[in-house]
Write a protein that binds this ligand. Structure first.
Ligand code: 5GP
Length: 113
């Protein structure tokens, strides 16, 4: 089902885009939780991590690799960063189009709150 992220993919609403190709798009989170907070998403509509199929494996791997590329461009690859997929209610998922959070520029606690 389309979400607000489909509107970003289709350029129906604006976003601060850092990377885009035919399969993925990465843009700044509108409500950043860290000095750097980027969302890396597939253009394919996949609602939750539970809905990933075997033929999505390469695409999901690409999200992670692109996150690492962007971390390097933002100069946070050495200081470090956090990658997060939230899934469903207890995971804190609000937008039901899978997205990888890339957060950096500050120290994060562990375990996550
Ligand atoms: P979730 O809680 O689903 O893992 O994360 C959804 C994220 O999407 C949140 O961090 C939220 O700030 C971000 N977000 C929601 N709506 C928009 C939007 O319209 N534009 C952008 N750039 N980010 C959004």
């Amino acid at each position: 089902m389309p979400t607000i992220f489909t509107k970003i993919i289709n350029k129906e609403i604006p976003a601060d885009i850092l990377y885009e190709d035919e399969e993925v798009i990465a843009f700044k989170d509108i409500n950043p939780q860290a000095p750097n907070h980027i969302l890396i998403i597939p253009k394919k509509e996949i609602s939750t991590i539970n809905d990933i199929q075997e033929n999505d494996d390469r695409l999901i791997g690409k999200l992670v690799r692109k996150a690492a590329d962007i971390a390097k461009e933002l100069n946070i690859d050495e200081s470090g960063y956090r990658l997060v997929f939230n899934c469903n209610k207890d995971g804190g998922q609000e937008v039901y189009h899978i997205h990888l959070h890339l957060m950096g520029g500050r120290k994060f606690n562990w375990p996550a709150g």
